[in-house]
Ligand binder design. Structure first.
Ligand code: NAD
Ligand code: IPM
Ligand code: MN
Length: 351
């Protein structure tokens, strides 16, 4: 039987709680599809850091490179500075495995809570493609004259031709395949090097896809339209930081942080890809059975797509939708009283 080797990094806070539910659903899907998942759990994260001084072992990337995919919960917890925990694990994996596409669906399913007026399921159906390897997250910078009155912090955005072109091209290929438009979101009026460059590359690549309708928005206006007119967006392509911010906004208009999923892809398959909810470790609700596992389950569905089982991926989304429509078994963030594990059980059952 075909067996996929999955590295599971639950991480911190609610990370392990929500992954446990995603695994229930993955196992049910594998049973239906006649294949199997084999999980190896790694205890990496903030507790591991406090014990060892590292977020993962020195050869962590090498260890992970042997797996078909990574399933990650969340990283970050009070007690370890966030930039240390994130750069020591999550961002290290995204960069180390050149997972340059961050695919984040923003889709309002039936039954999902939506704070917007006059918006129906189907009205919000976009896929945000976030550049995931460089840009504002390149980690390039300097802290001069630290802890003196003269201190200066520099954080350099890095936009290479290769990095910018490949993410924009990915967006066009997807849009072409699905008959959709592409909206580029940037900020060339203020960021007079990086975003003027981004806009230039977008124009160049778009010229090679004359049949794909294109739009271009400045990120401030785009944020406004996410709320006022989300229907206008189909495939969205944007930089690392803008994509980070816009996808929390996207989560807010399409069911909340408990439902937002993401896939960090190395499209060439040279390295493993990583699947994770968009949300963080939510220390405020960790360990109480309150976390909504649907985001982790949705990212499991993205893993099924990635392994070439889009019908199974779709059935997982349908099961998520069903659990929200029946509204009998939902966590408190969606107005219910069910626990994390009850929701996972119900989705697996509906599947
Ligand atoms: P967060 O996403 O953890 O939480 C924001 C709010 O959303 C909180 O009120 C939380 O209770 C709620 N929430 C999040 N996920 C939920 C879920 N599944 N079910 C119900 N409610 C949910 O963001 P934060 O509070 O800004 O960050 C907390 C920590 O997580 C920080 O250390 C941050 O750096 C880290 N973080 C990690 C990731 C990641 O690993 N991918 C993503 C974001 C933040
Ligand atoms: C996300 C998170 C991360 C990011 C943080 C934790 C570094 O917010 O995946 O959206 O900004 O990419
Ligand atoms: Mn984020």
């Amino acid at each position: 039987m075909k067996t996929y080797k999955i590295a599971v990094i639950g991480g911190d806070g609610i990370g392990p709680e929500v992954l446990a539910e995603g695994i229930k659903v993955l196992d049910r899907a594998a049973e239906m599809g006649g294949f199997a998942f084999e999980y190896t759990h790694f205890p990496w994260g903030c507790r591991y850091y406090l014990d060892t001084g590292r977020m993962m072992p020195e050869d962590g990337i090498e260890i992970l490179s042997k797996f078909d995919a990574i399933y990650l919960g969340a990283v970050g917890y009070p007690g370890v500075p966030d930039h240390v925990s994130l750069w020591g694990l999550l961002l290290e994996i995204r960069h180390g495995f050149d997972q340059y596409i961050n695919l984040r669906p923003v889709k309002l399913l039936r039954g999902a809570p939506c704070p917007l007026k006059d918006v129906d399921p189907g009205d919000i159906d976009m896929i945000v493609i976030r550049e995931n390897s460089e840009g504002e997250y390149a980690g390039a910078g300097e802290w001069l004259f630290k802890d003196t009155p003269a201190e200066v912090a520099l954080q350099t955005g890095v936009f290479s031709r290769k990095g910018t072109e490949r993410v924009i091209r990915y967006a066009f290929e997807l849009a072409k395949k699905e008959g959709k438009s592409v909206t580029s979101i940037s900020k060339g009026n203020a960021l007079n090097y990086s975003m003027v460059f981004w806009d230039k590359i977008f124009k160049e690549v778009s010229a090679q896809y004359p049949d794909v309708p294109t739009h271009h928005l400045l990120v401030d206006a785009a944020s406004m339209f996410f709320v006022k007119d989300p229907k206008r967006f189909e495939v969205v392509v944007t930089s690392n930081l803008f994509g980070d911010i816009l996808t929390d906004l996207g989560a807010a208009i399409s069911g909340g942080m408990g439902l937002a999923a993401g896939a960090n892809l190395n499209p060439e398959g040279e390295f493993p890809s990583m699947f994770e909810p968009v949300h963080g470790s939510a220390p405020d609700i960790a360990g109480k059975g309150l976390a909504n596992p649907l985001a982790a389950i949705w990212s499991a569905s993205q893993m099924l797509d990635h392994f070439g089982y889009p019908e199974l991926g779709k059935r997982v989304i349908d099961a998520i939708e069903k659990v929200m429509v029946e509204a009998q078994c939902l966590t408190p963030d969606m107005g219910g009283t069910a626990t994390t594990s009850e929701v996972g059980d119900r989705v697996a059952q509906l599947l």
